[in-house]
Design a protein. Structure first.
Lengths: 190, 190
DNA sequence: CGAAGTTTAGGGCAACCATCCTATTTACTG
DNA sequence: CAGTAAATAGGATGGTTGCCCTAAACTTCG
């Protein structure tokens, strides 16, 4: 297989990723993606034989993007405290998108759960990667058995903030909640 | 208009409500609802001319159900503290459904937001009714200007708990978080 | 160059969906 | 009981979707 096909494959994944986020998975058609990439449906089908296949590719990409980001933070920031703060800052850094489309992880998991989709478990990997990473960070900060539970709590808080920010289209709320969440974090790890 | 039609109309709304919750709005067809009610599509169309129309009816029903519930609590429980605890208990009381289908309010708002649906604002009413009611309760408990912000925080926490419970299909997590949320509430209003 | 493999385009198909339409049955009223 | 209105059934329609198929164009390499 030539590398030209591989490059196009990547472009398709990027376009699909964005559309799935903005419009949802079911609400995005092959034609929508093909149009965005600027190719024909036939060509699209050459690269991805089913819709599940491209969803799978999008999820895989997202998971490894997350893993890479967390890895990066591990190298850049020696203090787990700092790393977790960067996790929370994801909310602030993406507030415009969150306001318009919610959390890309949470909204996808929610949609797939509703259709009992076969790839629901794969989508959950986006969450478990974050959960496990947060657990490690919290343990490094001296938390014991409760680290995992606290990590889950952090996930839930983030999801809640994204949901309400999206529903009310209110970035101010997001900012308030981020501040509150950071205060709470400081109290947990002194 | 006879009252027979009105009764069927109600049955349609109930069936649609449930299906929208379990499968999502877009993922539910006229035929699905008609089949559940046990009527033909033609009859269905006699009662609701468009899909938006039935969504509208479902939202209206949900909103007034919520209002009625809150009203009831107002009469039954003299202490706002108690009332808010009942709000939190909604999570526990519906944990099985939340595990399988998420929060009926949050997941609908999220879906409609993704499609830029005309009724998104109407769906938000389910949230604003709760927010405003929580604000009143918190003010009665002595909170001032921060009452509204705290109410929003409560909404977000609930949404987050529902999202993660649904994604991980983990009722234990829901129970842990409810406990935590009640502890937090106690700290806010002493 | 020329053959074999890779990539692209786009027409076609069966299924599904929201909606429309018409015909029939049922309920109500004078 | 007759006639009008309400209610029900289900076929028809036009649009969209995921997916299939075939032919053409392009790449690669002996």
């Amino acid at each position: 297989m030539g590398h030209k096909g591989e490059a196009l494959r990547q472009r398709i994944i990027v376009a699909a990723d964005l559309l799935f986020y903005q419009r949802g998975y079911e609400n995005t058609s092959f034609s929508d993606i093909a149009k965005d990439v600027g190719i024909s449906r036939g060509n699209f089908y050459y690269h991805f034989k089913t819709k599940d296949e491209i969803l799978n590719a999008v999820i895989d990409t997202r998971v490894s993007d997350i893993e890479q980001m967390l890895n990066e933070w591990g190298k850049q920031y020696p203090d787990p405290r700092q790393r977790i703060q960067h996790y929370i800052d994801i909310l602030t850094n993406n507030q415009e998108n969150i306001k318009s489309h919610g959390c890309p992880i949470g909204s996808l998991c929610s949609e797939l759960a509703k259709q009992n989709h076969a790839l629901q478990q794969d989508a959950n990997k986006m969450l478990t990667v974050l959960r496990d990473w947060l657990t490690v960070q919290l343990k490094e900060l001296g938390l014991g058995k409760e680290a995992r539970q606290t990590a889950m709590h952090l996930l839930a808080r983030s999801q809640g903030i994204a949901s309400i920010t999206n529903a009310f289209e209110d970035k101010t709320f997001l900012q308030q909640e981020v501040k509150r969440l950071k205060q709470w974090l400081d109290e947990q790890i002194q």
